[in-house]
Design a protein around this ligand. Structure first.
Ligand code: RBF
Length: 348
């Protein structure tokens, strides 16, 4: 570290700690609601918001919560697609003490947050779609993505092996990921296949990787090649690249299993499932809880189908129109068993 930079960091740290001490004095130890008056929140988006359901829901939920606290402020910062820069960008964001809370989302973030939280102890962190234990200033929430992927694989297999117009009748379904990561390789892909094999044990998954979360052209190319290789249902989990998969489905007429939010309207008749996480609601509730002082901080939680944070959108007329009744009946039966606890699919 050069001298000038070291000086700047020291000055920044001094300012940050003065601000923190002043903040504590101003805010007092009294009632929790007033303790968060005037709070400033940063939504740190590891990527770009547009085209990524998880981030669109994150931003919508936090903004909705902050709007209920007139003195609180929120700013959305897109860290961009170069993941090597995220750590430095997070440090720059919190270094001047401008933010009391940083809210973010994705399973890679806790590892990036942990050293930053050590250096800047005045800042609190909430990460959704993530899991971390051991720092009282880092609070994480993850979704049961075994359930989320299982219901998606089940529906995909019913359609792929069935007699719908564009079904190829093969025991093959496709998954296109933006990149490989533990939650994808160890939970989502196996859960997708597990759900398909509950329909027919002979199902295989064709798994391909875009290599980033934005290349729609590559997404379309992969989807077309998977369709040519016998997959008539493809699940894209690739951020902005999902758009390419939708375009390819419309060109070539195959089916899409949508993930994270309701995607039926993206290609009516071709999108045969929407397996969702209630990230907007969770971000809203937890941001609000932090602002009113009621959030239990420092503990990780897992939410899923039983508590309503993972679901399959079955009440959309576009689903009813797209999927024939016998298949819908089987899907609703599966959902009933998951909701009642008859069928349990824990993440660990
Ligand atoms: N999902 C997106 O939709 N857009 C993204 O830009 C994105 N970036 C990610 C970056 C990393 C390092 C990791 C581990 C995951 C990313 N995800 C992204 C996937 C996301 O966290 C989640 O697993 C999927 O949306 C499925 O719920």
């Amino acid at each position: 570290m050069n001298k000038v930079f070291r000086g700047t960091v020291a000055a920044l740290l001094a300012v940050a700690s003065v601000a923190f001490v002043a903040g504590c004095a101003k805010k007092g130890a009294g009632n929790a609601a007033s303790a968060r008056k005037g709070a400033t929140i940063a939504v740190f988006v590891p990527g770009v918001v547009s085209g990524s359901p998880v981030y669109e829901m994150l931003v919508a939920g936090t903004q909705k919560a902050v709007a209920e606290f007139p003195s609180a402020k929120v700013q959305v910062i897109e860290a961009g697609t170069n993941q090597a820069e995220w750590g430095d960008k997070l440090v720059s964001l919190v270094a001047d003490g401008s933010y009391d809370l940083v809210i973010t989302s994705n399973p890679a973030m806790p590892e990036i947050i942990a050293p930053v939280a050590e250096r800047f102890p005045a800042v609190r962190f909430i990460a959704f779609d993530a899991w971390y234990q051991g720092n009282p200033r880092i609070t994480t929430f993850r979704y049961n993505q075994r359930e989320q992927a299982y219901v998606s694989g089940f529906m995909a297999a019913l359609v792929a092996s069935g007699t719908m117009e564009h079904s190829l009748g093969t025991k093959k379904i496709g998954l296109i990921a933006g990149q490989e990561y533990p939650a994808m390789n160890d939970i989502i892909l196996p859960g997708f296949l597990e759900g398909a094999r509950a329909v027919d044990a002979g199902f295989e998954a064709d798994f391909r990787v875009v290599g980033n979360w934005y290349d729609a052209t590559k997404g379309a190319e992969l989807a077309k090649s998977m369709h040519a290789a016998g997959a008539s249902v493809i699940m894209p989990i690739a951020g902005g690249a999902n758009q390419g998969v939708i375009a390819a489905a419309k060109d070539e007429l195959f089916y899409v299993a949508w993930f994270d939010d309701n995607g039926y309207a993206k290609a009516p008749g071709l999108v045969i499932s929407s397996s969702v996480m209630a990230q907007e609601r969770l971000a809203y509730e937890k941001t609000k809880a932090w602002l009113d002082g009621s959030l239990a901080q420092g503990v990780p939680s897992t939410v899923g189908i039983a508590d309503g944070y993972v679901d399959f959108v079955a009440n959309d007329p576009l689903w009813v129109e797209a999927v024939p009744e016998p298949l819908r009946v089987r899907m609703l039966d599966l959902l009933g068993r998951l909701k009642s606890g008859d069928l349990k699919l824990p993440v660990e």
